[in-house]
Write a protein that binds this ligand. Sequence first.
Ligand code: NAD
Length: 486
Amino acid sequence: MTGVVAQALQQAVSCAGHAYIGGQWVQVCGTERLAVINPANGTLVTEIVAGNSADLDRAVSAARVAFPAFAASPVADRLALLERIHALILERAEPLAQALTLEMGAAITHARSAHVPFAAAHVQAAIDVLRDYDFLTMRGTTAIVREPIGVAGLITPWNWPLYQITAKVAPALAAGCTVVLKPSELSPVSALMFAQIVHDARAPAGVFNLVNGTGSEVGAGMAAHRDIDMISITGSNRAGVLVAQGAAPTVKRVTQELGGKSPNVLLPDADFVRVVPLGVMAAFRNVGQSCSAPTRMIVPRARLAETEELARKTVADIVVGNPADDATTLGPISNSAQFQRVQAMIAVGMEEGARLVCGGPGSPEGLDDGLYARPTVFSDVSSAMRIAQEEIFGPVLVIIPYDTVDEAVAIANDTVFGLGGHVQGTDLDLARSVALRIRTGQVHINHPAWDAHAPFGGYKRSGNGREYGVFGFEEFLEVKAILGFA
Ligand code: NAD
C-alpha cells in the first residue's frame, strides 16, 4: 500500500467515532462501539461509535434546514456538485478499493474493476439524467411539475457498500433532496471516505449527512422519524419489512431493494461452452453476495451432465484466497454471520439430497484463518428444495433440470422473489419471449454489458420502486399538477 493510500485510509478511520452532520465531522452522542473486522484474517480494522437517536435528530434537522435552499438551487449548481463528487471518486479510487477489501473482503481486482467504477457510474448516470430532465411539462393548460420530495433517509447494506451508497445519494442530490445516510455498520469505512468526498466536493452544509449505527436504533429511528419524507433501503427482507412498518404511521414513501434468488434459464439452443462458465461466474461474483446473483441455473435435462462438467471446470479455475492479492478471484465471505449462513445452507443442500458437483462444507485447504467458503455447485436440485428457494448470499449455485421451455419458465417464476433474471439462447425470438415471461425487474439476455441507466428493482418480495437512471431519480420526486397554468 502506498503512503497516499495508507494516509487516506487512516483519515477515514480517524472519523470512525464521528458523524458527518451540517457540513462537519462531529463527535457522536452515542457510546456503543462496534468493531469492523477484516474477514480475511479476523483482525480489527477499526471501531465505529454507533450514533443514537440524538445524533439522528441532529442530522435530520440539518437536512431539514438545508432543504429549501437546496431544493431551489439551480440545476447547474447540482450538476457541478455531482461532477466534483464523480471526479473525486475516480481520484480516490485506490484508497476506496483498499477500504472495501479491508471492510468486506472484496478481491482487490474486483474492487478496482467493479465496486469503485460502478459506484462512479451511478453518479455519472445521475448527472446524465439531471442534465436533460424536464421538471415542468405541460398537458394542455395543466402543468405537471416535479419537485424534490424532501429529506431522504438512505439505508445501505455491506455487500456492495460504496455502489449502494452512490446509487441512492447521487439521484437524491440530483433531484434536490437533502439526505441522511446510514451505511451498514459492518462496512462503514468506504462510507466515511465517501462522506469526506462529498465534503471536499463542497456540498452545502446539511445537504448530505451521515450517521453510523445499528439498524435497530438508527435505521429504525429513520423509518419512524417525523421529519424524514422518504426512506430508501437496500438490505434483507427482514429489514425492508420492518422499515415499511416503522414508516407507515408517518405515511412516508418507502422504496425497498431487497433479496433475490435469480433464475438463469439456459434454452436448448444456448452456446453452453460460453454461457455455463459465464453463468457460474455471474453467480459467484462478489463471492455470491449480490442480491441479483443468478444462483438458479435452469437447464434442459438432456444437457445436465454437460452443464455439470463445464461448471466443475469453471470452478476449478477460481482462485479463492487473500483478497489483497492480485491473483485472487474470490476473497472471503464478508462477515461471520454470513459465513455461518452459507455453511448451514450447504449442509441443508446435502441433507435434502441434492448432488454435490464441487465444493461443499468448510473452507478451501489452507484457508482456515479467514471466512473462506468453497465455491459450491449442487445439481439435480428440485425447485421445492430450500437451496432452490432461499437466498443463500454466498458462492452456492444450484442446477435445476427441466423438460420443456414452459416448465423452465415455471421454475424460473417459482419463487417469492423477482429481482434479476437471465436467459441464454441462440434463437433471439425465443429468448425474448422467455424474458418477457419471467417476472423479475431485470432480465439479461446472453450476458450483456452492465447498463447504469437500466432500471433495477424487484417484483414480488424483492422490493418496491426502482433504482438507477431516470427511474431511480424519479423516486426522489413528488408530482404536482397545476391546473389552469397556461
Ligand atoms: P440487513 O437488512 O441486515 O442490513 C441492511 C441495512 O439495513 C443495514 O444498514 C442495517 O443496519 C439496516 N437495518 C437492519 N435492520 C434494520 C431495521 N430494523 N430498521 C432499519 N434499518 C435496518 O442486510 P445486509 O445483511 O446488510 O445485506 C444483505 C441483504 O441485502 C441480502 O438479503 C441482499 O439480497 C440484500 N440486498 C439487496 C439489494 C438490492 O438491490 N435488491 C442489493 C444488495 C443487497
